[in-house]
Design a protein around this ligand. Structure first.
Ligand SMILES: [Fe+2]
Length: 240
């Protein structure tokens, strides 16, 4: 399996605090059957001010440690980019990391504020799409604004935005309403990728199998496996 949303890079956001933790998390991922990771640290202006260079430096540390510890895990990097208009010039200049490619277009992993979808957010997603960048909305099932009013997703879906669910949401780790919303999105065929969004060992580990098993129950074996293998590979293959 390939996990294209997680916070395993050491010391650059609210995920793995140091490289020892990154290695422990990497071992958990490998045990779960994950062979490839696209590490996606937050780019959240004012909170996690990551850039291509901070991400590349953390990747180098992580890669060295993986080799040293003999952990057989292929890694690449992108970012989980928090909704903001201030990074628009950086996107235009090509200095915001992309998650990969989908049907000939670039993919940006986009995170909305957890409490609500910002007013007129679809103008920013339309701006991205006009530049051949498809936003992949990170964990819509956990967004309080969307949970309260799922129809708010409609304009983004009509634009062609992709959806990434957190595997743990389908398994019930974020409560019943989140699980129910995740199941509805799966049943409607609106989900492109399941990812771990792993942050730490105890509460949010890099585990996909639990969510995958729950997803199989909802949409069947073949469709569920596409969400952790074929689709994420299609997006991220360009990195490996
Ligand atoms: Fe995340």
């Amino acid at each position: 399996m390939i996990d294209i949303h997680n916070h395993l890079l050491p010391g650059i956001d609210d995920g793995a605090a140091d490289v020892d933790t990154s290695i422990k998390l990497a071992k958990i991922a490998v045990t779960d059957g994950i062979t490839h990771l696209v590490c996606t640290p937050h780019i959240h202006l004012g909170r996690h001010d990551n850039t291509i260079s901070t991400i590349a430096a953390a990747k180098q540390v992580f890669e060295g440690a993986l080799r040293e510890h003999g952990v057989d895990l292929q890694i690449a990097t992108a970012a989980e980019v928090r909704f903001d208009t201030e990074w628009m010039p950086d996107v235009a200049a090509g200095s915001v990391p992309m998650l990969g490619q989908w049907q000939g277009k670039k993919v940006l992993l986009l995170e909305f504020p957890h409490g609500a979808i910002p007013f007129a957010a679809e103008q920013l997603t339309a701006w991205l799409i006009a530049r051949d960048i498809v936003p992949m909305i990170a964990h819509p099932e956990r967004n309080k604004g969307l949970l309260a009013k799922p129809s708010k997703l409609k304009p983004f879906l009509e634009q062609g935005c992709l959806l990434q669910l957190t595997a743990g949401s389908v398994a019930g780790r974020f409560g019943k309403p989140v699980r129910k919303f995740a199941a509805e999105l799966l049943e409607q065929g609106l989900v492109t990728v399941l990812a771990s969004d792993a942050h730490n060992i105890n509460h949010r580990p890099p585990i996909l199998t639990e969510g995958l098993a729950a997803t199989v129950e909802i949409i069947g074996e073949e469709a569920a496996h596409k969400l952790v293998q074929d689709n994420p590979w299609q997006i991220a293959e360009c990195h490996f």
